[in-house]
Ligand binder design. Sequence first.
Ligand SMILES: Nc1ncnc2c1ncn2[C@@H]1O[C@H](COP(=O)(O)OP(=O)(O)OP(=O)(O)O)[C@@H](O)[C@H]1O
Length: 394
Amino acid sequence: MFDFMKKRGNKTDMPHDAEIDQHIDTVLLDYQVAGTSIAQMLTGLERNGNELTLELRLPEDSEPERIQSELGQLLKPYGIQVIHMNVRLQAAKKGAGHSLPKTTNAMPQSSDPQDEKAPITKGAPKQSDIAAHPRIRHIIVVASGKGGVGKSTTTVNIALALKQLGHRVGVLDADIYGPSVPSMLGVADKRPELENEQFVPIDAHGMAMLSIGSLLGQDNTPVAWRGPKATGALMQLFNQTNWPQLDYLVIDMPPGTGDIQLTLAQRIPVTGAVIVTTPQHIALLDAQKGIEMFNKTNIPVLGVVENMALHTCSNCNHTEAIFGTGGGERIAEQYHVPLLGQLPLASGIRAQVDSGTPSVLANDEFAEYYVNIAKNIESNIDKFAKPSDETRIF
Ligand SMILES: Nc1ncnc2c1ncn2[C@@H]1O[C@H](COP(=O)(O)OP(=O)(O)OP(=O)(O)O)[C@@H](O)[C@H]1O
């Protein structure tokens, strides 16, 4: 039911199907509209043999027929004979769109894919052009340049801390490489329902939670998703969910600073980003890349969380900076962003998320670290709030 890239038709896929999909991904990633990869405008993608269906949100002044014909030429060498496009033209400021009729059968006029590759060049989409979500006051993305630094652990604890401070909170687990939020919140066995073709978020300790992990079957592993397919699925998850009225939606981003992260950062109306890092040199370098990516996309960086900063030995109580010291502070100073907090490396933090009852919920000795981070976010965020747009409908 939740297959985002559906392949109908032949039951047994041709051996070169994966290769065709890869070529399609490459063409879509390379093809630009208004200076931005068209992959970032995809809300749906489906191949049925030699026919490709694209669901697109295009800028208001784009020319769908021309795009369809150019894509037809670029994809013909890879066996695509027909392109169906469902287009919504996105108004530049308000985000309100209107639908164009379905157009079909884009046949190439030339067999050379490079012939008419004439991207329309304009500035990349700005956060200021994306309409605020009508029911969500603040969207916070939690990102890390590197995997395994404790991004998901921090996400769930910050979300619970914001809830404890009296806010209405949602969590979206967008980490396609390792969706761990449901198990950290003890709801791994629950599946979201569909209501009027919209996902209904799962209730996780009073928060509205949805995870890409809840939607994956055994044969549809997250690591198999690349480029447009992954971003299309994630955008679908964000847009086609009946989010309740929320003060905060906290998004656990996939680690890294590649296309998927950039696309999400450019297409979701984000209030600000929280960067999680450890004091290690490599993690810090990656965190810098993360901050630079958000700077490029005009997303305010709300601050840096330095995770696993200090270790206190449970036997002798000796405290040691096993991953080095001051890295988070240095990075915060260098980029003029706040250091939101430093968390100890503590087996208790790991044990609590492993058991589905994170520190804040268990109110253990580490809870106050997260509550302080949440307070730091809370006290700064209003100056970054997006003007709300009541006209946007999902
Ligand atoms: N402060 C901490 N002290 C001890 N263990 C921690 C701490 N933070 C996270 N961990 C543990 O480290 C491991 C990785 O954490 P987590 O899954 O949150 O990282 P991640 O950055 O989201 O990883 P990925 O990039 O793979 O999604 C988990 O086992 C988690 O319990």
